[in-house]
Design a protein around this ligand. Sequence first.
Ligand code: 6PG
Length: 243
Amino acid sequence: MKTKIFENLSELNKDFTLWLKELLSEKETLSIALSGGSTPKSLFNYWAKNHADDIDWKKIKFFWGDERCVWPSDEESNYKMTKDYLFDHIEVPAENIFRIRGENDPYKEARSYEELLRNELEETNELGVPQFDIVMLGMGDDGHTASIFPHEMNMWDSSNLCVVATHPESRQRRVSLSGQTINAAKHVVFLVTGAAKAKKVKAIIENNEEAKSKYPAAKVAPSSGNLTWYLDSYAGKLLKEKK
Ligand code: 6PG
C-alpha cells in the first residue's frame, strides 16, 4: 500500500493524472470504475479544463463503482455528475461509457451489470472475477466506500459481483460493486480530501485490523497489492508518517 499526501487538491489532481497517463501509454485500452463524490468531481473538472486534448480518451472504457438509484438526469446521479463535468467536454465515444442504470429495478440492474462486467472486462483473476485496470474510490465521513456502508458490512463479502445497498439515512437504494470485485482490480486508488475524513484515514491506514470490523473502506485490499491512497494535507493530517 502507498500513501500520497498533497498540499492541495490541485497537486493531487496533477499527480493522479500523470500516473493515469503513464499507465495509458502502456496499454491499448484501459478500464476504470469511477466513483461519485466531491473529489472525483474536482478531478473531472481538472481533466476537462486541462487535458481534453492530450489524453487519448478513446482508449478508456468508463464504468462505475456505484450508482444511486435515480434517473440519469437526476442531480444525484453519479453518471450525470461525470457527464456534466467530464464527458460533455472531451471526445469519448458513447460505446466506451458503461453506466449503471439507476432508473432500473436495482436487483435486475445489479445482475445485468455483472453480466456486462463479465462481457466487457477482458481479464479475470484466478477466481474468475472480472478485473478492472483501475477502481477509483472515495471514502465517506462514516467510512463507507463505493456504496458499501458500515451498517451493511456483509455486502462487502457478497458472492455476487454487484450488490444492492441502502443509504443509512436517506434509505436511497444504490447499486455497488462488492468487495471481491473491488479487490480483484489491478489498481485501486482512494481519492480522499478534507479534515472530516482525517480520523478514519488514520484508523484505516494505521490500525487496519481493528478498522476492518467497522469501516468498509478498511476492507479494500486488492490481491494485486496495488492500493494507493491519494490524500490532501487535511485528510492526511493525523498520519504519523507523512510521505
Ligand atoms: C457515492 C460515492 C461514495 C463517495 C464517498 C465520498 O456515490 O456516494 O461513490 O462512495 O465516494 O461518499 O464522497 P465525498 O468525496 O463527497 O466525501
